[in-house]
Every structure is written in structure tokens, then in C-alpha cells.
Design a protein around this ligand. Sequence first.
Ligand SMILES: Nc1ncnc2c1ncn2[C@@H]1O[C@H](COP(=O)(O)OP(=O)(O)OP(=O)(O)O)[C@@H](O)[C@H]1O
Ligand SMILES: [Mg+2]
Length: 236
Amino acid sequence: MKIITIASLKGGVGKTTLSIFLSLALLSAKRKILLIDLDHNNNLTDFFLRNEEIDTIQGKSIGRVLKGSLAITDSIFTTPLGVDMIPSVPELSQIAFELLFDTAAPLRFDSMLRNLKYDFIIIDTPPAISFELSCGLHVANTVLCPVGYSRWNIQGYSILESKVKRAGGDKLFIGVPSAVTERRVETLREGGLSLTKAVIHKSEAIASASDSGKPLKEGSTSADEFKILAKEIAKI
Ligand SMILES: Nc1ncnc2c1ncn2[C@@H]1O[C@H](COP(=O)(O)OP(=O)(O)OP(=O)(O)O)[C@@H](O)[C@H]1O
Ligand SMILES: [Mg+2]
């Protein structure tokens, strides 16, 4: 089992979009997937569980698992698109205060996840150094950082990369060119960042699928890009 955390200190770079369509691409390659939403803005939860009752989501949210008031196996939803997921709610923004003196929480989270039976656990995180992001980085085998091409995107990448390296261990940190044009990919590659070969180009199909809670059309260019990325990630 491999845990992939999607992270960037920059907002709006495509973390949630990558979590959604990478997980669906891995699912279509017959892998068993668990998604975890660690962002209190809960866009990932909204994509996969938009028809679920709010109260049901509240009762099974990741915050309750982190606090130890709910067993992780009781928090898992089977979503209509076929991946399993542990949702987030806006109250997750309070978790750092609630667990201020519970320094073992990230360690507990790691051992809970390692007892589950999945091929991949994919974790979406908020765009700021926070307790939730630290938990996501702590448990990760691989950290994927979407990078577009702008000076600020690259700064967000470098700070996160050094944070992951400082944490030690054998975590792999790699950028995924996301929402980019071909010309910008070339510029990014010249910048010496560690990047996947696979590229997710800017596409209206991706923007509208993520907005409408629908999968990408099978056989479309964008769906194929995520499949190529999934193959590369599965080999790492
Ligand atoms: N490859 C792409 N082509 C076109 N639009 C994209 C692409 N990737 C993401 N987007 C769009 O960009 C916006 C931001 O994407 P997303 O929500 O995935 O970013 P994020 O990093 O998770 O943001 P936040 O930091 O707020 O959580 C969304 O409207 C999404 O549909
Ligand atoms: Mg997001």
C-alpha cells in the first residue's frame, strides 16, 4: 500500500483536481483506492459526496478520526464513482487547537492508515502550513505537488520540498505540471525542478468536470493524461 499526499503551499494550483482524477485513473486500472479529504474547505468531499446528507458527513468526518472519537473503518464512505473516501467538514479548521497537546496524533494517524487494505491512499490537503498538512506529509510515501508556471507557484514548491526533505525518511517529493500549456512545460523543465514526465494540460473539460462532480469522458485527451500519470505514479 502506498500513501500519496497531494500538497502545495499555493492555493488554486490543482491539488483537489489532481486528487480526484488521479484516483479515478488508478481505479480504472483496477486499484483499490481510499481518498482522504484533509482540507476544511472540503472541495474533494463535495465532488464525491454531493448528494450525501450533511449530518451523515458530519458524523463520519476525518476530524473525528484524528481526535480518536471514531474508528477509521467507521468513517469510510463508498462513493457513487467507486472510490472509498473519508470526508472533511469546515469544522476541521479547529483541529489544530483541539489537538494542541496531542503530539502523538500524526503517529496514530499513520498506524491507522497502515492497517487498512488499499492499493493507494490519496490525501488532499489545504494550501498552508497547518496541522492537517503536517499530518498528510507525515504519513506520505510520495508527495505530489502540482506546479503551474508562475514565479509564485515555484516558490510554493521549493518551500514545501525543503520541508519534506527536512522531515527525513525516504519520502519522494515530485512536482506534477498542472493546468499548463506546452510552452510553459518546457520553461518549467528548464527550471531544474523534479517533475513527473506526465503533464496535465490546461483544459476546459477538466475545469467543467471538477465543477460539475462528473468524471472525465472515457477516451478524452484529459482522461488519458491522468491515466498516463497514474501509470507513472504506480511505478514509483
Ligand atoms: N488542468 C486544468 N485545466 C483547467 N482547469 C483546471 C485544471 N486543474 C484545475 N483546474 C481548475 O482550477 C481551479 C482550482 O483547482 P483546484 O480546486 O483543484 O485547486 P486547489 O489547489 O485544490 O485549490 P485550493 O488551494 O483552494 O484547495 C478549479 O476551478 C479547477 O477546475
Ligand atoms: Mg483544493
